[in-house]
Structure formats: structure tokens, C-alpha cells
Design a binder for this molecule. Structure first.
Ligand code: AMP
Length: 551
């Protein structure tokens, strides 16, 4: 840990990026594979790699108690030192000076301690931390606390860590970035680069691959033109959660869009995977699905928040995986194969419930594509994915090989009823607006959502002055205002919700414009909200899955 800390200090001590890279590269070169993995993760200011679904759960109070107990300093003294630095690591380093064992603890033991802290509950987290701090040289303690607080503050971006890996092992940085895109894990990236495993096709099961993403397009004609292909493939845009499934010889792991392991959330998928009979890596979308019908996202959401999935939950909201890509099959990485080939292999697997295939159609003209898009919308689906059948799978990239065509968004004209003070960059301005539509039956305004994006800083400053002038009630963090500011808001969908008096909530609302031209009388009504809900979001009628072998 001492070498790590000395390198970190030297990196922090220079502002020249080339010098930072050189120092770090020399350090990385001196390490074996396991320490290299740890060091690259720690240097990026993370206690764990991203594929491990782990957070420390260690708060400020536990940390300061541990530092207090090891250093035998009281709160006043500790606070005085903190004020000098305003940085947890630097504070810990100074506070601990003279009261620790000055030992050079190996990175492996630091990692084991972080794991022990994660595993312990509440106040019990202090013990492993204290035991480690007592042994460490204060300079090393300084860096351990930086890692714990996930803030290195030594002017080291992830890009620089990538550059240092490239320099350490004599590989162009573009290749390091490519491996990083695939693995999504800087530690795994460093080790692969060191071992020379830099082929784009290096897929390793149980090491999540970054997901390929789609670029938005407005119209079918636009999609066709941008893809520049003679024929395009379409798939439904399913409204569930993205999921990667890895299976080999009975071992199964699932990963979410942010590459966290989520196997425990979907036990029915994990239990059924061994029946696939092949080693595979699937990319797909988890949907709630019962009696041959897709349930609303809202139903799936009920399951997502739970730590433990009860039998009752499994019964009420069963899930399926709708698969749209195959990235690995029986020892063969498929990233560089065209989508056509990946799909052919996928169809050859003869999958059955709970594994379904995304429904595929082919379009050979913009009109064709438009027709499919209209049909999709009529079935009440969110939108359409348009894919180039000749394209490889490019992890982590939002390119033109996958496009998403969404329903042109409806907007609503609403009135602001309450406002809140913003945070961070928005401190000191009223930037969060709760808004309402009109309930014609009761002639009351009923809230349907809260928006905090879409306005420029200048507009927000202006709004702040307006809202201060029309405040009806000051509740400290929030103000009830006279309902006279009309906004046009866009949104992704509408959900039923107990949070607002309207019974609905707009999902991802954003402000399109301030409608000073529109009187409050003419804002949209609750009826229109329910109409939109019924028409587009309330029903999920046909399943639109090609139910391979399920029929
Ligand atoms: P967006 O979240 O709007 O960027 O849209 C991309 C997301 O759509 C992906 O991350 C997937 O979770 C989801 N999706 C739904 N259906 C498909 C599909 N057939 N192919 C690829 N992605 C899909």
C-alpha cells in the first residue's frame, strides 16, 4: 500500500498530465496481475470493480469515530484538522500521524478489509477499519481513506488511468479504451492489456460486456436514410430492464445496464438457464409477463425495489427475458459477427419459456418501415428499434447500427403549483417545479408531476424572481405559489401514482417552454391525461414477442 500511496502522492504533486501518466505507468508495470487489478480500481477512486454489486455503506460518523479512536484525538481537534484540508483523506493522514504502526500492508489485505467492512452491519463496520488503520503508515492511511470516500483528488481522470495502462504495456490508448468499453471495468482492462488480450472479440463469460446502445431518430424516413442499408431489421422497443445473461455449465449470472450483478433479482431466469444446454451470453430485456401478455413496467417495478423476491412476488409478477442478441456461444465470441449471423445462431438454440426472442420484421423501404412503426404504436408499444442486419455488436457505443424510433411525444400544458430550492449548481435558485392539470369535474388543480430540466440558467433566475413574488406559503425548502405560470412539458410516459392528487405521474417530464401566452384556464385537463394514459401507456395488449417454442 505504501508504493500505491507514494505513487498517488507523486501524481497529485504534479499538474503535468504526461508526468502523471509516466509515474502511474511505472507503478503499474511493477505489479503482478492481481495487484494491478486492485491498483487500477483503487487509483480510479473505487473500493470495488463495477461488476461487483458492492458498496461500502460506511458513513462519515463511523469513519470519524474510527479515526478518533486510533488517533486518540477528540472531536474538536479532528474538526480543526479537517477545516485545514476539507479532504477526508488528507484529514485522516494528518490526524493519524504518530499513532499508527507504519506497516506496509499489501493491497490484497486492504481489499480484504474493504470487503469485511462491506459485509459488516452498522457500527460493526468500524472494527475492521480501525484494525487496518492502526497498522498503516499514515501516508497509506491517507490513500485508504481517499478510496473509501471515493474521491482521490489527485487530478487523475479515468482517461489518465487508461493512458497509464497503455504506456505501461506499450499499447495504443485507443486499444485500451476499446478493451475498457467491452469490460466496463478498469481493473480487468489493465490485466487484459498486460496479458495482450486486446482483441475486440475477447468476451469472457461472467465478465459483463458493456451494452450496445441506440441513437434516437425522429422519423422512419430518417432512420432508413441514416442506416444507409437496403434492408433494415426492426424489433419492438420493449419497456422493461436491460439484462445480460451469462451461462456456462449450470453457472448463471445476470447483469444490469450499469453492469451490476442482478442474478438474485430474477431467480426464475437463473433457475431456467441451465436448461439452455449451451454456454451463452445473451443481451435482452427483462419484462413482467403473465398468461402470454406483457405486464406494464409499473408491475415490473414493484419487483425491482425488493431485496428478496418472495414466492408470492414471483407468482404475481413473473418475468421473462426477451432476447435480442447473442454475444457468445460455446466458446465462440460473436461480437464481430454480423447481427444476421448472431440471430441465426440464436434461433437455432430452440429456447423456450422464460426465454423468448424479440419479434423481428424486415423493412426494405421507408414506407415499409413507417407501416411497421404505425402498427407498433397501435399495439400500444413504446417504439421501435431499427437495426442494421450486417452490423457487429459494438459494446458501449451509441452508433448508427442501432436506431430507436419513438412515438412523437405528446406534450401537456400545465401550471406550476409549488417550487423547491435546487441543489449543487442550482443552489440558491428555485429550480424544481411541481405542476398540475385542471380537473374539470371538481374545478380544482391536481398535480401530475415535478420537472427540473429544460430551462436555461437565465430562465431559472427569472423564474426564481417570479416565484418569490407569487409565493402563497413559504415552507422553507419549498414554496406554494399562486398558480399562474404555465409550462409546456414533454415526458416519456404516464403512470398511475398515489403520489399526486391526480392519481397519475408523468415519467421523466422536462420543460419544453414557458407558455406566457397561455392563460391558466386553457391548460390541459385531467381527462386528457387519462385519455393519453389509456391510449398509449395503460394497455399493453399483444405480447409482440415471437414465442419460440412457447406455443
Ligand atoms: P433508451 O433507454 O431510450 O436509450 O433506449 C435503449 C434501451 O431500449 C436499451 O437499453 C434497452 O434496454 C431497450 N430496448 C428495448 N427493446 C430493445 C431491443 N429490441 N433492442 C435493443 N434495446 C432494446
Amino acid at each position: 500500500m505504501l508504493d500505491f500511496a507514494r505513487t498517488g502522492a507523486a501524481v497529485g504533486g504534479t499538474s503535468a498530465t504526461l508526468e502523471k501518466t509516466r509515474l502511474l505507468a511505472a507503478y503499474f508495470r511493477s505489479l503482478d496481475d492481481d495487484d494491478l487489478r486492485r491498483a487500477a480500481i483503487f487509483m480510479s477512486g473505487r473500493p470495488f470493480g463495477p461488476s461487483k454489486r458492492r458498496t461500502l455503506g460506511l458513513g462519515w460518523s463511523t469513519l470519524s469515530k474510527a479515526i478518533g479512536s486510533v488517533s486518540r484525538r477528540d472531536d474538536d481537534e479532528l474538526q480543526g484538522i479537517f477545516r485545514k484540508h476539507s479532504d477526508l483523506g488528507d484529514w485522516a493522514g494528518e490526524a493519524l500521524e504518530g499513532s499508527t504502526g507504519n506497516e506496509d500492508v499489501p493491497l490484497e489485505e486492504v481489499e480484504a478489509t474493504l470487503e469485511a467492512i462491506r459485509g459488516a452491519r452498522g457500527a460493526a463496520k468500524a472494527a475492521p477499519l480501525e484494525a487496518l488503520l492502526r497498522r498503516l503508515h499514515p501516508e497509506a492511511a491517507r490513500f485508504v481513506v481517499k478510496i473509501i470516500s471515493t474521491e482521490m483528488r489527485i487530478g487523475l481522470s479515468e482517461g489518465l488511468v487508461e493512458a497509464a495502462i497503455a504506456e505501461a504495456f506499450g499499447v495504443p490508448v485507443t486499444q485500451v479504451k476499446r478493451v475498457h468499453l467491452i469490460t466496463g471495468d478498469i481493473g480487468e482492462t489493465a490485466v487484459r492489456v498486460k496479458r495482450g488480450e486486446i482483441e475486440s472479440s475477447a468476451v469472457t463469460l461472467f465478465q459483463p460486456v458493456r451494452f450496445m446502445l441506440a441513437s434516437p431518430v425522429e422519423t422512419a424516413a430518417d432512420a432508413f436514410e441514416r442506416m444507409g442499408a437496403e434492408k433494415v431489421w426492426t424489433e419492438e422497443k420493449y419497456d422493461g430492464v436491460r439484462c445480460q445473461l451469462h451461462h456456462a455449465e449450470g453457472r448463471v449470472e445476470l447483469f444490469s445496464r450499469d453492469l451490476k450483478e442482478t442474478t438474485a433479482a430474477f431467480p426464475e431466469l437463473a433457475e431456467s438457464a441451465p436448461r439452455i444446454g449451451h454456454d451463452v451470453l445473451f443481451d435482452g430485456e427483462v419484462l413482467a409477463h403473465r398468461d402470454g401478455r406483457v405486464l406494464r413496467f409499473f408491475e415490473l417495478q414493484r419487483r425491482l425495489g425488493r431485496k428478496i423476491v418472495t414466492d408470492q412476488m414471483r407468482h404475481e409478477v413473473p418475468v421473462v427475458l426477451v432476447i435480442f442478441d447473442l454475444l457468445y456461444l460455446d466458446g465462440r465470441p460473436l461480437l464481430d459477427e454480423p447481427l444476421e449471423e448472431r440471430r441465426r445462431l440464436l434461433e437455432g438454440l430452440g429456447l423456450d419459456h422464460p426465454f423468448l426472442l424479440a419479434r423481428l420484421e424486415e423493412a426494405t423501404s421507408p414506407d415499409d418501415l413507417d407501416r411497421i412503426f404505425v402498427d407498433t404504436r397501435e399495439r400500444g408499444n413504446e417504439g421501435l428499434m431499427v437495426k442494421d442486419p450486417k452490423s457487429p455488436y459494438t459494446p458501449g457505443r451509441r452508433g448508427l447500427a442501432w436506431l430507436k424510433l419513438k412515438r412523437p411525444l405528446a406534450t401537456l400544458d400545465v401550471v406550476v403549483t409549488a417550487v423547491e430550492w435546487g441543489h449543487g449548481k442550482r443552489k440558491g435558485v428555485l429550480s424544481d417545479y411541481t405542476f398540475a392539470v385542471k380537473d374539470t369535474a371538481s374545478s380544482r388543480l391536481v398535480n401530475v408531476g415535478k420537472a427540473y430540466t429544460g430551462l436555461t440558467d437565465a430562465e431559472i433566475a427569472d423564474m426564481t424572481r417570479r416565484f418569490l413574488a407569487i409565493t402563497l406559503e413559504d415552507r422553507g425548502w419549498a414554496r406554494i405559489v399562486k398558480p399562474e405560470v404555465v409550462l409546456e412539458v414533454a415526458f416519456d410516459s404516464i403512470q398511475h401514482s398515489g403520489r399526486h392528487a391526480s392519481g397519475y405521474a408523468l415519467r421523466f417530464p422536462r420543460i419544453v417552454r414557458i407558455r406566457d401566452d397561455k392563460p391558466v384556464d386553457e391548460i390541459d385537463t385531467l381527462n386528457r391525461v387519462s385519455e393519453l394514459y389509456e391510449r398509449y401507456f395503460g394497455k399493453k395488449t399483444e405480447t409482440s414477442l415471437s414465442q419460440v417454442a412457447e406455443t
